[in-house]
Design a protein around this ligand. Structure first.
Ligand code: DLL
Length: 434
């Protein structure tokens, strides 16, 4: 029996969004017990791992017992490439997605009919939280294909009763034309790509603030509050944060509520979050660390204590009181740059660049070697119309603020307008030229 076959979807909030914390935790425990048993019975990898750790599905009597279970990592997925972690026979796997990540083999994930149904429900729920309503037109510029963004969002847009415009990523001029002609109410794309689209509006002689768009549901990459302000200002809309990862499902693991815009609520009836410290010990809510997830309903691809590498903090629920939130992701611990002993994230630089009015949000980080030392340079395009001496002064200010706040000196350089790579999806900020 599936863990979720009984769910009913109501217009407006899902019933699970209205649970009390106690009711939610009782549901989580039942689903956790089901998941652990399902993984143990059907995936040799989990059975071997649990046996080696001396833990059995019967040992999960309480949510706190999750700490007895071993972690799962990206390397485990790669070692079991392509289908070794699937928990149902292949005939029951209705769809596959894969993500390339930065190195090595693809990470492959699978979904049963019920998994796809739950996913569409969670996207519908996420869109509703974003302020999207049935009958709206939604322009979907997440990439279609193996990436979970496009097709994942697509099914949920339909499920909520909206009209989907399945544009996918890229072809930026065409994006502008379709937004202008089809007058969508909402757009789904990465935050960096939305700024590329805003630039393209201006290039086409159109005012991005005058478009029909009211809401943007942005995610798939880290972005700062400063970036949110930039987006909302330039496009005259509300930008909300959607979080997710392929290993859990794809987009819609959590979503921000438009009325509070205070970080994504994790949909805890389907995903159990934990934060761990560097010693891999669970920390209390409010303490920053690495986000770890356990799926609670996934049939084809249950994941137990998956280490996401995303760094954030678990916060209490607000607009959906039972569902905890995550603070904006600082970065992944694999994106962290260690420069002469100082830890740096591209989001820290983004925040500072966004504060300086003479600088555009188009910047990259170049890592080079000078002798034996690593050197990091921020290359940034000034905003249009900014005089050269002003731009040069703003570079000095940038360097000073980075030094003051991040505690290290970076090189800063201006790049000519339009010369830095533009985002078409997930933006690459760091170029390692060592
Ligand atoms: O990026 C799923 C997705 C698609 C999410 C569309 C949201 C919208 P992956 O390609 O597996 O899946 O990448 C997952 O992207 O571990 C984070 O590092 C990062 N990420 C995703 N959403 C956010 C967000 C999709 N809202 C990885 N803020 C995750 C910061 C995010 N980082």
């Amino acid at each position: 029996m599936s863990a979720t076959a009984q769910l009913t979807v109501e217009p407006g909030l899902h019933v699970e969004e209205r649970l009390t914390r106690e009711e939610l935790e009782a549901l989580q425990l039942r689903r956790l017990q089901w998941t652990v048993r399902h993984a143990y019975d059907n995936v040799p990898f989990y059975r071997a791992k649990f046996d080696a750790a001396g833990v059995h599905p019967d040992d999960i009597q309480d949510l706190a017992d999750i700490e007895k279970l071993p972690f799962t990592t990206k390397a485990d997925l790669r070692d079991n490439y392509p289908f070794g972690l699937f928990a149902v026979p292949m005939e029951q796997v209705r769809r596959i997605h894969a993500s390339s990540g930065t190195t090595g083999r693809l990470t492959v994930v699978g979904y049963t009919d019920q998994d796809l149904e739950n996913w569409a429900d969670l996207i519908a729920r996420s869109l509703y939280a974003s302020g999207v309503r049935p009958g709206w037109r939604v322009h979907n510029a997440y990439g279609y294909g193996l990436f979970t963004g496009g097709l994942g969002a697509h099914a949920g847009i339909e499920k909520l009763g909206c009209t989907v415009i399945p544009m996918s990523g890229g072809q930026t001029e065409k994006q502008v034309q379709l937004i202008h002609d089809f007058e969508p109410d909402a757009i789904m794309c990465t935050p960096s790509y939305l700024l590329t689209i805003a630039d393209a509006f201006e290039k086409a002689g159109l005012d991005p603030r005058a478009s029909s768009l009211k809401v943007a549901i942005c995610g798939a990459e880290p972005w700062t509050e400063a970036m949110r302000h930039e987006i909302e200002d330039r496009l005259n809309l509300k930008a909300v944060d959607i979080y997710g990862l392929s290993e859990m499902m794809g987009p819609g693991v959590g979503n921000e509520c438009v009325e509070t815009q205070d970080g994504p609520h994790i949909w805890e009836d389907h995903f159990l979050p934990e934060i761990i410290d560097e010693d891999l010990r669970q920390v209390e809510d409010g303490v920053p660390g690495e986000l770890v997830f356990t799926t609670l309903t996934k049939e084809a691809f249950p994941m137990i204590r998956y280490r996401t590498r995303d760094l954030t903090t678990l916060l209490p629920g607000t607009a959906r009181p039972a569902h905890r939130r995550i603070a904006k992701i600082t970065g992944r611990n694999d994106d962290m740059i260690i420069l002469r002993g100082v830890n740096l994230f591209p989001t820290q630089i983004e925040e500072i660049v966004c504060e300086i009015p003479e600088l555009s949000t188009h910047f990259i980080l170049e890592l080079t070697k000078r002798g034996t030392m690593d050197h990091l340079t921020v290359k940034v395009e000034p905003r249009e119309g900014v005089a050269e001496h002003e731009a040069n002064n703003s570079l000095k200010l940038l360097q000073k603020r980075i030094k003051d706040r991040a505690g290290t000196t970076l090189g800063t350089e201006l790049a000519a307008q339009g010369t830095l790579p533009r985002s078409e999806g997930k933006l690459k900020r760091l170029y390692d030229l060592r």
